[in-house]
Design a protein around this ligand. Structure first.
Ligand code: ZN
Length: 461
């Protein structure tokens, strides 16, 4: 049954941005944000640095130095975090043998440390949110296993943020499942994250979103700019795994700016605005930094929505450098260059967003715009969600030149709605689900149903 919105074009077109619905103040999310502690993050970063190097090719059995010591320490810390979960959080070392490769001179065991906090709602438990940092490090070259590679910012910062999130969130209940992960082999070409993403694909895991946190602790850039108030969230527009058929549809109806990853990035910004006002999310509409990559990419390549968190101004003298002083300038990724309070704020944005995702219903599926016949209205349809706490849905829209959703309308617990007098030619539309506590899902961008022919017929011209 399609409900009809009786509005007029003038009203719809002049609605101010303030009509945009923001996430409700949720007590669980507010508690999680408050409990994240910069002192724990500092202690983790200093501990990880103390292993001398965490190069993936370094010693795996020395209890003091090398990636094996870091792996075992992280495993024990995640186990401690799990104690507060009442058995809902399990921790494992996910290992495989990496064959010889460009940056792997001999077969090497790569181990991810994975803590899984099981969801508590049966209809949502299979929906998985993954947050990661990489605990491996490097100095000048990724194949030097002996040099000191403190990796305080790249990427003990991201690893420490993930461990702190696990510690804080373990005692709270979420509908869906959250995976807190420290991966290895990032500097060897995203090995650990690729292994996890491939396991997810082979086992048909429903990874609904993935965040990587990589280089999230330096607030004084190589450009001399100090920025403690912003964090970049990178999201791709056109999906990395888009098929030729999907590209054909996209060219016909638009959607270059509306991948699931971009909806995820917008969701993170909306959530941060409410729960972590001290840190602004700077949306970057690009898969990663210019020509560069990270652990979200193996997920994107397998069709999982994913984004990357990184500080705003990088300092390249403190990344991938042998620790040394040259002409009075300190090189190397040392803890004295990490802003621990800033890392904590980035962790808060992550944690608030993960909590909001895992408390909310899933993104609506089967969302389509009816286009069999030409019309100045926009008719949307979608499949019913299955969560028992579902309250209904919202239609969102924006001008085609707008960067984020600017308007929303609650339409009740229906599976279709017509936006009268609003042409799908002139706006982008989306649909999100909302539960009885007011938790909103990310937006689903519709596919066309019916007429969306790549080769317009004479009657449609
Ligand atoms: Zn990194």
């Amino acid at each position: 049954m399609i409900a009809v919105l009786a509005t007029n074009v003038a009203l719809a077109q002049t609605r101010p941005a303030s009509r945009r619905a923001t996430p409700v103040r949720n007590r669980t999310i507010a508690n999680v944000v408050r409990e994240i502690d910069a002192r724990n993050i500092e202690a983790t970063i200093r501990k990880l640095v103390s292993f001398g190097t965490r190069n993936t090719l370094s010693e795996q059995n020395d209890p003091k130095r090398g990636i094996g010591a870091a792996r075992d320490w992280l495993y024990a810390e995640f186990l401690k975090a799990a104690e507060a979960s009442g058995g809902r959080m399990t921790v494992e070392k996910q290992s495989y043998e990496q064959a010889k490769a460009a940056r792997v001179p001999q077969p090497t065991i790569v181990t991810n440390v994975v803590a899984t906090l099981k969801g508590t709602q049966p209809q949502s438990v299979a929906r998985i949110y993954v947050v990661s940092g990489h605990y491996d490090s490097m100095c000048n070259t990724p194949v030097d296993a002996k040099c000191d590679a403190p990796g305080a910012n790249d990427d003990a910062s991201g690893t420490a943020a993930v461990l702190e999130m696990a510690r804080v969130m373990a005692k709270y209940e979420f509908d869906a499942t959250i995976v807190f992960m420290a991966v290895a082999g990032e500097e060897q070409s995203l090995l650990g994250s690729t292994h996890f993403a491939e396991q997810a694909k082979q086992n048909h895991w429903n990874v609904d979103a993935m965040f990587t946190n990589d280089i999230i602790g330096n607030t004084l850039g190589g450009n001399g700019v100090r920025d403690r108030g912003n964090v970049r969230v990178f999201s791709e527009g056109v999906p990395s795994n888009e098929t030729p058929a999907e590209a054909t549809v996209r060219r016909s109806v638009g959607g270059e700016n509306d991948s699931a990853s971009r909806q995820l990035a917008r969701f993170i910004k909306d959530t941060a605005d409410v729960f972590v006002p001290q840190l602004k999310v700077m949306l970057v509409y690009r898969r990663d930094r210019y020509g560069r990559g990270g652990d979200h990419i193996p997920f994107l390549e397998r069709g999982y929505p994913a984004v990357r968190f990184t500080e705003v101004n990088e300092e390249f003298r403190h990344q991938h450098q042998n620790v040394r002083v040259e002409n009075g300038v300190q090189f190397g990724d040392l803890p004295e260059f990490v802003d621990f309070a800033y890392v904590a704020n980035v962790a808060r944005v992550n944690a608030a967003s993960l909590a909001a995702l895992a408390l909310a219903p899933s993104r609506p599926t089967g969302v389509t715009i009816l286009s069999q016949r030409l019309s100045n209205d926009t008719e949307l349809k979608w499949d019913a969600n299955t969560e028992p706490d579902l309250a209904g849905y919202e239609i969102v829209w924006r001008d085609t030149t707008a960067a984020v959703w600017t308007n929303s309308k609650a339409v009740g617990n229906v599976t279709g709605f017509a936006m009268k007098g609003m042409s799908k030619d002139n706006y982008f539309f989306g649909v999100r689900a909302i539960d009885k506590d007011g938790n909103r899902s990310p937006v689903t961008y519709p596919k066309p149903m019916g007429r969306a022919s790549p080769a317009p017929t004479p009657s449609s011209l």
